[in-house]
Design a protein around this ligand. Structure first.
Ligand SMILES: Cc1cc2nc3c(=O)[nH]c(=O)nc-3n(C[C@H](O)[C@H](O)[C@H](O)COP(=O)(O)OP(=O)(O)OC[C@H]3O[C@@H](n4cnc5c(N)ncnc54)[C@H](O)[C@@H]3O)c2cc1C
Length: 502
């Protein structure tokens, strides 16, 4: 039996890992993780991502060693790393999961495919999500997803035979050794398969009961959303593991003795389960059309906004200094924690696209660095959707003031993350610029000095944006291309379209 190389990428786990399982049956394994300089120094990558990967590698290394394996960690360009390893150890097959990543990982995969072919080797790429390679039509996509997600989970291999000549696992490089600055996130989630399993368990058995109601407010979402996104992004868990664990929980709630809370639990878990479909639904868009990382999904929107960002406005937005307290609180929370809930992400993207009238591309890259769960397929599709440039989604322009009053009525979240507003009374916390001068004086607060005046006037910006986007949307070319966008990417589930999710 020849040597097998298992290449770990965004699948840092041993459970439900088909390439590892199959390779361990096929022959002695070399388990490899590679830090690739062009990827880790790209504008969408942050040191917090590297830290999460490092933590995940620590778990992975131990899990492999417990099974007799070892993890080799290298820094270098692909396929140069593979070439050097092949010369040293020789292997007959390369095993990995398929990846729907950014432009850089796509180009890298093409290089690897060329190298594999040139060397007469085999590269066995297996799916790990519901994303279908070379999909012909979206028509039966949901059924394919269901089938894949319901198939049996792969157990971790009992034993991983290691190739001869390998002297144990490598040490995990520090951020400095990787040429990265220290990360700035004091409250970010920890990486690794163990933390992922605990997070899943606590969500399904303790935290998730009010999920459906609690997901929109930044006050409750942090605790009551699943918080599984970074674990899915870096592959500490597979979507299939989460889906099946959720179905099991739904099953036991449906069939067991019904407590007073069962109905609420069931509603929440069903609502959560739908989002696991969305995860892959959005990633499928990038798989089918990699250009949407850079280009409008509906090219008839080209020219609507200047692709060149307004530096001053973008800087105010990314620094949490727009003068809109909830927008700024969300941005600053994101800087600290690397996570914010869906509704607030949508509001932040909408604020940039409509109030600041910025093209989605640069803001999306800037937020990618801050999202610990940055998943290109979801991220770019969502940014385009929230910016109104797909032609197939309902236009939503969030009012940052209305959202603040609804989702953070007493300003508790704002006070936590925008401390310069902490002492203001409830009635002015959402619009501190409206504080009457004498009252402001009594709080020792000077609008525009202690906290910025709004960078744009809400009502003026809102009206202008609404007029511009709806006028543009009327163009026949937009409608014509919208049909093509729907054909290629649209969700075929009716309710999904009504809610603007397609
Ligand atoms: C502008 C914008 C950018 C986004 N970028 C990302 C991103 O880079 N990575 C990412 O994972 N999610 C992204 N999302 C989707 C969503 O906000 C996050 O998945 C969610 O907030 C993660 O928290 P959670 O795991 O607690 O979610 P839960 O609500 O507990 O959902 C469970 C899982 O379902 C999936 N999911 C939930 N909502 C969505 C959605 N609307 N679309 C697709 N999948 C979803 C995620 O995998 C999530 O982990 C983005 C949303 C917006 C509006």
């Amino acid at each position: 039996m020849g040597n097998q190389l298992v290449w770990f990428k965004k699948d840092l786990r041993v459970a439900d890992h088909a390439p590892l399982f199959e390779a361990a049956k096929a022959g002695p394994c070399l388990c490899l993780y590679v830090f690739e300089p062009d990827i880790i120094h790209a504008p969408d990558f942050d040191s917090s991502h590297a830290e999460f990967i490092r933590q995940s590698l620590s778990d992975l290394k131990q899990a492999l060693e417990r099974r007799g394996g070892a993890l080799l960690i290298q820094t270098g360009r692909m396929p140069d790393v593979l070439d050097a390893l092949h010369q040293r150890y020789g292997f007959e097959a390369l095993w990995s999961h398929e990846e729907t990543g950014n432009d850089l990982s796509y180009a890298r995969d093409l290089r690897v495919a060329g190298w594999v072919k040139q060397n007469g080797l085999r590269w066995i790429e297996l799916p790990q999500t519901g994303v279908v390679r070379r999909l012909k039509t979206r028509d039966r996509w949901a059924a394919q997803w269901e089938k894949r997600m319901s198939s049996g989970l792969m157990p971790p291999p009992d034993r991983i035979p290691t190739i001869g000549g390998l002297e144990g696992s490598s040490s995990i490089p520090t951020l400095a050794e990787l040429g990265l600055p220290p990360h700035q996130k004091s409250g970010m989630q920890s990486g690794g398969e163990l933390a992922a399993e605990e997070t899943l368990h606590s969500f399904l058995t303790q935290r998730g009961q009010n999920y459906q109601k609690a997901m929109s407010s930044p006050l409750t979402a942090g605790e009551e959303c699943s918080r599984l996104s970074p674990y899915l992004t870096w592959g500490n868990l597979s979507v299939r593991q989460v889906y099946q664990a959720t179905l099991n929980q739904i099953q036991s709630l449906s069939t067991g003795a019904k407590g007073p809370d069962s109905a609420q639990w069931l509603r929440s878990l069903r609502s959560f389960n739908k989002r696991l479909h969305w995860h892959c639904h959005f990633m499928q868009k990038l798989e089918d059309e990699p250009a949407i990382e850079f280009e409008n999904m509906n090219r008839a929107f080209d020219g609507l906004r200047d692709p060149e960002p307004n530096g001053e406005l973008l800087e105010a937005w990314i620094q949490g200094q727009t003068g809109y307290p909830l927008v700024d609180a969300c941005m600053r929370a994101l800087h600290q924690q690397g996570w914010i809930n869906f509704r607030m992400r949508a509001m932040m993207a909408s604020f940039s696209a409509y109030h600041l009238w910025q093209h989605w591309r640069e803001p999306a890259v800037q937020l990618a660095r801050h999202f610990l769960d940055f998943e290109p397929g979801i991220h770019y599709s969502q940014f385009q959707m929230q910016s109104g440039v797909t032609g197939i989604n309902t236009i939503r322009i969030y009012s940052p003031i209305k959202q603040a009053k609804e989702q953070d009525p007493t300003g508790a979240f704002i006070r936590q993350f925008v401390p310069e507003l902490a002492d203001l009374p409830n009635e002015f916390i959402h619009e501190p610029n409206t504080l009457p001068p004498l009252l402001a004086l009594s709080y020792g607060f000077q609008p525009g000095v202690h906290y910025p005046a709004p960078v744009v006037d809400h009502m003026t910006a809102y009206r202008q944006a609404k007029e511009r986007i709806f006028a543009w949307k009327q163009q026949p070319e937009v409608r014509k291309l919208a049909l093509a966008v729907y054909e290629k990417h649209g969700s075929r589930q009716q309710s999904g379209q009504r809610r603007g999710r397609s």
